[in-house]
Design a protein around this ligand. Structure first.
Ligand code: ADP
Length: 465
């Protein structure tokens, strides 16, 4: 028994402790208000006594929900880093073993260590691997997993309300978790972490650029615009790849171009995971090329930042990003002419479909933009901006609705003809853009403008509408 006592004093080397975790909230970008929620968790550690005295319940566990790479692990580390406590981590897939009892004993060991070295954060990655609703898996694997899950529940309950060990878990599937896990006192707080938006991506890029020799004039907006749908892990990668690019060229500063190139490489990696037939790639390319080729003719729309056929979040097909004059746009100062131009751009996919595919099929590829064009035309007429009717008042009468629609239709038809004309005149440019899009999936502003210079035949065509 003497030996046993000695061993208890002689702490084992903790197996699940991550040493040297030095992440701070300032390393996690683009999270807006979510950060405030996590700052509160830090206070449970730093001001635990105050919370207890006031009878505030300290959460048992926090569930970070969201897709891979958005920074869930990073956030959990930042909580430990800011609070100055130990960080223990395990991936739940490691719990799931073929030998009965192994998973449960790992969970026990993990919490034992975390308690011996409290205060601490226990981070469980991919909680769904073990936390899937019980009974969904049959056979002995299921039994083993149930035993592990039960052990986890026991451990979570063991710390309820004490605030010395706080468990943070991550999952992409909070919906399939066993209800027992999300009961009060267990994972009773859910925080959703979405993919970053445009501003979020700029902030994340800047965080990763902090420790790198960036050129003074790096255009983060351009890079962020090109990386729609990407998460923090991918953006971090882009900065790394850009740095390698710089070193390979023997330069001393990372430029916008390095970043844009790296973004394309990252995107192609993403694309290799998507399947599309060559015909579909081409059809999408024609659709997007048509919008870009028509838009580049118009003064308010010609600032095309990039053209892509990469599938992105929320946009299954492709995407042309036009930078409108932000002041005019935000203040609603678009002129009649620029509205007409915009309508024309939206009709370009439909016009291209007619030219290249004979227009014999209804394709969802152009249906959406054509629909936008129709409603924009209606707005234009209602706003009294069509040439036929300069006065507003005429239209606010019920029996003129039909007239409004007819006038909108007339505008749509004229714009449609105009889109077709521009495309016919620019067949060479279209071919070039389509080919490069199919090959590279995305064109930067410079790449696109070069093709316009080589093959385009632009001419201002004032519309007489
Ligand atoms: P998750 O746990 O959600 O899968 P990680 O936290 O492991 O994602 O992210 C991987 C890496 O990506 C991080 O170490 C960091 O370099 C970068 N990263 C992800 N999200 C962000 C973010 N919001 N801010 C800064 N960097 C991020």
């Amino acid at each position: 028994s003497g030996a046993r006592v000695r061993r208890a004093h002689n702490k084992r080397l903790p197996q699940y402790l991550e040493r040297g975790v030095d992440v701070k909230f300032s390393d996690v970008a683009g999270l807006g208000k979510i950060r405030l929620e996590l700052e509160e968790i830090v206070k449970f550690f730093t001001h635990g006594e105050m919370y207890r005295r006031r009878g505030v319940k300290i959460p048992g566990g926090i569930l970070l929900c969201g897709p891979p790479g958005v920074g869930k692990t990073l956030l959990a580390k930042a909580v430990a880093g800011e609070a100055g406590v130990n960080f223990f981590s395990i991936s739940a897939s490691q719990f799931v073993e073929i030998y009965v009892g192994v998973g449960a004993s790992r969970v026990r060991a993990l919490y034992q260590e975390a308690k011996e070295n409290a205060p601490s954060v226990v981070f469980i990655d991919e909680l769904d691997a073990v936390g899937r609703e019980r009974g969904l898996i049959k056979g002995s694997g299921g039994q083993e997993r149930d035993a592990t899950l039960n052990q986890l529940l026991v451990c979570l309950d063991g710390f309820e309300g004490r605030g010395e060990v706080i468990t943070i878990a991550s999952t992409n599937r909070p919906d399939i978790l066993d209800p027992a896990l999300v009961r009060p006192g267990r994972f009773d707080r859910k925080i959703y972490i979405p993919k970053p938006g445009l501003i979020g991506r700029i902030e994340i890029l800047k965080v990763h650029a902090r420790k790198k020799p960036m050129a003074q004039d790096v255009d983060y907006m351009a890079v962020a615009s090109m990386t729609d749908g990407m998460v923090g892990a991918e953006l971090a990668n882009i900065v790394e790849v850009a740095a390698i690019n710089m070193i390979r060229d023997g330069r001393t500063e990372i430029t916008t171009d390095d970043l844009l190139q790296a973004a394309q490489i990252e995107e192609r990696g993403m694309l290799d995971r998507k399947e599309r037939s060559p015909e579909t790639w081409k059809q999408v390319a024609i659709n997007e090329a048509a919008m870009a080729v028509v838009a580049v003719n118009f003064p308010d729309l010609k600032n095309i930042e990039f053209v892509t056929i990469a599938p992105r979040a929320g946009r299954e097909l492709g995407y042309v990003r036009m930078k409108m004059d932000p002041i005019k746009f935000n203040e609603g100062m678009l002129t009649r002419q620029s509205l007409l131009d915009h309508i024309t751009v939206q009709l370009a996919p439909r016009a291209a479909d007619e030219i290249w595919y004979g227009g014999g099929q209804l394709s969802t590829i152009w249906a959406e933009t054509a629909d936008n064009a129709r409603s924009e035309a209606r707005t234009l007429v209602l706003g009294g901006l069509s040439e036929k009717h300069h006065g507003l008042s005429d239209f606010w009468v019920a029996d003129r609705i039909n007239e409004i629609d007819l006038e909108a239709l007339r505008i749509v038809n004229l714009c449609y003809e105009r889109a077709k004309e521009i495309l016919q005149q620019n067949r060479k440019l279209m071919d070039a853009v389509v080919n490069e899009l199919v090959e590279k999936k995305s064109l930067t502003k410079q790449e696109f403008l070069r093709l316009v210079e080589l093959h385009g035949s632009l001419q201002p065509m004032p519309a007489s509408i």
